[in-house]
Design a protein around this ligand. Structure first.
Ligand code: GDP
Length: 532
C-alpha cells in the first residue's frame, strides 16, 4: 500500500495522466460482450477469450448477480473492469444493454471520460446507438467509433461514414481503413503510416489474432485489387477532410473510426492503442457550481451506481464511486457530502479493482466499489479535505407508472424498507401523494423491465412480495409549486412528490399535457430534473 504521507502531487498527476476511463455503448447484439473479452485478452488480463466476461453459460463475473439477468441474457447492472495496457490503466465501465435501463447507462456515462460507440457493420446506426450517442453528445463525451463484424457481409465502408456524418453530426475520421469489403476482411490500412496491417485468423479467435505489418508496396503485390480499392477510398477521406485531429476529437467535432471483428480479435489492439494515444486521461472535474477541482487535490468522487445482492450468500450493498481527484485509500475517512457525516471506508470490506479483487487504493479515473455503504445514494459526493459537491445526476422522466402493494400486509416493514432501498439505488423512482395515503408508493419507470427487477428484488431480497396496479398515466413532468397548485384542480392529471423533493405531475396522455399547456400559458413543465 502506498504510504499516504509519501504521495506527492506529482504522483497523483502522473497516475491520473495514465488513466483512461471509458464505456462501450451499442445497440444490443452489436458485440459489446465480445469486444470486452477481446480487449481483456489483448491486454493479457486473461489467457483465453471467453473466460472472464459473463454471459449465460460462461463463467460469471460480478455483473452476473441476478438469476434474472442471466435468464434474460441482458446486463442489468454496471460493473467496472480494470486492466493495464502499455503502462496505461484502462477502466472499462460496463453499461446495461437494454433500453429499459437507459437511466443506468446515463449515470455510467457521467462517470467516464470517453465512449466507444460500437456499430454492427451490417446494420449501421441503430435506435439504441443513436439514443446513447445523443446522451454522450449532451455530456460532451469524446466518442471513438468502432465498426464491428467486418468479417461478415455488411454495408459499404464509405456509406457507413456518410451515415455517421449525417446522423450524428460528427465528422468520422478513420484511423484505419478496411482492406477487403465487409465479409472479406484482409486487414486495415493504418492511415498514420500508410502501412498494411494484415490480420490472420486463429482457430476460434480464442487467442490473440496474428497481425503482420507490410509496406504499401508489399500490400499492393499481395492483395491486388482489395488493396488498390482501399487506397483509393482512403484518398477520398483525406480530400473530404476526414483526417484525425486530436483537438477536434476532444472538442466533439469528429469521431475517430476503427474497423474490427471482435469475435476474431481483429482490430482490437488498434482500439487499445487509440485509447492510450488519443482518449483523454482523468482530468479536473467540474463541481455543481462549475468549479474544476484539480485532480491532485484531496480525494473526491461521486456515486454513480448503487447495487445490492451481487452475492446472494450475503447481501452486499455496493456503491460504485468514480474517483475524481486525489488518492483514495481503503481505511481513509471521507466526508459524505449529502449528510456532512464522516464516511469510514474501513468498513468497506472490499474494493473491486483489477480482476475483481480487493484493492487498497484508487486514483483519479478509477472506480471503487464500497461494500456495505448503505447510506450512499446515487449522485452523492464523497471527499476528504476541502468540501466539494459534484453535479447531481439527472433523472429521466418516467413513462410507466404503477402503485405497489405488499401482498402480505404483515410484511409492511420489509415492504417500506425494500422500496426505500430500491429508491436509493436508483432502480426505480418513488412517488408519494397525500391523496393516496403515505403508505402506498407509486413507482415510476423509464422502461417496464424496471418493474420486474423491483418485483424480483422485493420478493427475494427483502422478503416482501408485492403486486402492482397500473396507473392510467403516460407522461410525467416536473412542475413548480404554482404549477402543482394549478394542476391539482384538473382532471386526468395527478401531482406527486418524488423522494428527491421534486413535484411530478402525471398526465394521462401527451395530448392531455399539451391541452393543459395551451389552457394555462403560465404553466412551466420540465422533462429532466437535476434536483436530486
Ligand atoms: P452484445 O449484445 O452487444 O453484448 O453482443 P455480443 O457480444 O453478445 O455479440 C452478439 C453476437 O454477435 C454473438 O453471436 C457474437 O458471437 C457475434 N459477434 C460479435 N462480434 C462479432 C464479429 O466481429 N463478427 C461476427 N461475425 N460476429 C460477431
Amino acid at each position: 500500500m502506498t504510504d499516504f504521507a509519501e504521495v506527492s502531487n506529482l504522483d497523483i498527476l502522473a497516475e491520473a495522466r495514465r488513466r483512461r476511463t471509458f464505456a462501450v455503448i451499442s445497440h444490443p447484439d452489436a458485440g459489446k460482450s465480445t469486444l470486452t473479452e477481446a480487449l481483456l485478452l489483448h491486454a493479457r488480463a486473461i489467457g483465453t477469450a471467453g473466460a472472464t466476461h459473463g454471459k449465460a453459460g460462461r463463467r460469471g463475473t460480478v455483473s452476473d448477480w441476478m438469476a434474472m439477468e442471466q435468464a434474460r441474457g441482458i446486463s442489468i447492472t454496471s460493473t467496472a473492469i480494470q486492466f493495464e495496457y502499455r503502462d496505461t490503466v484502462i477502466n472499462l465501465v460496463d453499461t446495461p444493454g437494454h433500453a429499459d435501463f437507459s437511466e443506468d447507462t446515463f449515470r455510467v456515462l457521467s462517470a467516464v471520460d470517453a465512449a466507444v460507440m460500437l456499430v454492427d457493420a451490417s446494420k449501421g446506426l441503430e435506435v439504441q446507438t443513436m439514443k446513447l450517442f445523443d446522451v454522450c453528445k449532451q455530456r460532451g463525451l469524446p466518442i471513438i467509433t468502432v465498426i464491428n463484424k467486418w468479417d461478415r457481409p455488411g454495408l459499404d465502408a464509405l456509406a457507413l461514414m456518410d451515415e455517421i456524418r449525417e446522423r450524428t453530426g460528427l465528422t468520422p475520421t478513420p484511423l484505419t481503413w478496411p482492406v477487403g469489403i465487409a465479409g472479406n476482411f484482409r486487414g486495415v490500412i493504418e492511415r498514420s503510416t500508410g502501412d498494411f496491417i494484415h490480420f490472420e485468423r486463429t482457430p476460434g479467435g480464442a487467442t490473440q489474432a496474428v497481425a503482420k505489418r507490410f509496406s504499401a508496396t508489399e500490400a499492393a503485390a499481395d492483395e491486388g485489387a482489395a488493396w488498390t480499392d482501399a487506397v483509393d477510398e482512403e484518398g477520398l477521406l483525406t480530400i473530404e477532410g476526414q483526417d484525425h485531429s486530436e483537438a477536434r476529437f476532444l472538442g466533439n467535432e469528429t469521431t475517430p473510426v476503427l474497423f474490427c471483428a471482435a469475435v476474431l480479435n481483429f482490430g482490437v489492439r488498434e482500439l487499445l492503442d487509440t485509447l492510450v494515444d488519443s482518449a483523454p486521461p482523468a482530468e479536473a472535474r467540474a463541481d455543481a457550481a462549475g468549479r474544476r477541482r484539480p485532480v491532485n487535490s484531496d480525494f473526491s468522487g461521486f456515486v454513480f451506481k448503487v447495487q445490492s445482492g451481487m452475492n446472494s450468500s450475503h447481501r452486499d450493498h455496493v456503491a460504485f464511486v468514480r474517483v475524481c481527484s486525489g488518492l483514495f485509500q481503503r481505511g481513509m475517512v471521507a466526508t459524505h457530502g449529502t449528510t456532512g457525516r464522516p464516511f469510514a471506508t474501513k468498513y468497506a470490506q472490499q474494493l473491486f479493482g483489477r480482476d475483481g479483487t480487493s484493492t487498497d487504493e484508487a486514483w483519479p479515473g478509477d472506480v471503487v466499489g464500497l461494500v456495505n455503504a448503505a447510506s450512499l445514494r446515487v449522485g452523492d459526493s464523497l471527499y476528504a479535505g476541502e468540501p466539494v459537491e459534484f453535479p447531481r445526476l439527472p433523472m429521466f422522466s418516467p413513462e410507466h407508472f404503477r402503485s405497489a402493494h405488499p401482498t402480505d400486509s404483515s410484511k409492511f416493514k420489509q415492504f417500506r424498507k425494500g422500496i426505500e432501498q430500491l429508491d436509493n439505488e436508483g432502480v426505480i423512482q418513488v412517488l408519494h401523494s397525500e391523496l393516496r395515503g403515505g403508505g402506498t408508493p407509486v413507482l415510476g419507470a423509464v422502461g417496464p423491465l424496471q418493474f420486474e427487477v423491483v418485483e424480483d428484488r422485493m420478493k427475494n431480497d427483502f422478503g416482501s412480495p408485492i403486486r402492482f396496479e397500473t396507473l392510467p398515466f403516460e407522461v410525467a413532468r416536473i412542475v413548480d409549486e404554482d404549477g402543482a397548485e394549478l394542476l391539482r384542480t384538473e382532471r386526468q392529471v395527478e401531482v406527486f412528490e418524488r423522494s428527491d423533493g421534486a413535484l411530478l405531475a402525471l398526465f394521462s396522455t401527451a395530448w392531455r399535457l399539451q391541452a393543459l399547456l395551451r389552457a394555462h400559458p403560465s404553466l412551466r413543465v420540465d422533462e429532466l430534473a437535476d434536483v436530486r
